[in-house]
Ligand binder design. Structure first.
Ligand code: SF4
Length: 100
């Protein structure tokens, strides 16, 4: 293998690892975040205060929400309501909309 090709292969692998670590480093939304509190978000949707959010149902969670940007089976993923952060696939907020 030529040095140039080795460089390209190693650089490619390094870039992938860097991107993966950056994605991993994205902060999780905390229940106490002001935006989370306003939307009634809990990383564990079962902790939703049903007296304030009667719309909540036990079978609803971020992983099945139309706004969830993670893949099926991901433990967390992006949500446009929390730019730059990740929500838990088991989370829930009052903007929940079932994935079509
Ligand atoms: S909009 Fe959907 S994916 Fe985003 S926090 Fe609310 S329930 Fe979760």
């Amino acid at each position: 293998m030529s040095n140039r090709r080795e460089f390209i292969v190693q650089f490619g692998l390094g870039s992938s690892a860097l991107l993966a670590s950056q994605a991993f480093a994205q902060a999780m939304v905390a229940d106490a975040d002001p935006q989370a509190a306003a939307l009634g978000y809990h990383a564990d949707g079962s902790k939703t205060d049903k007296s304030k959010f009667p719309k909540y149902a036990a079978d609803q969670h971020c992983g099945t929400c139309a706004l969830f940007q993670g893949k099926a089976g991901d433990k967390s993923g992006g949500c446009p309501l929390f730019a730059g952060k990740q929500v838990s696939a088991n989370g829930w907020c009052s903007a929940y909309a079932k994935k079509g």
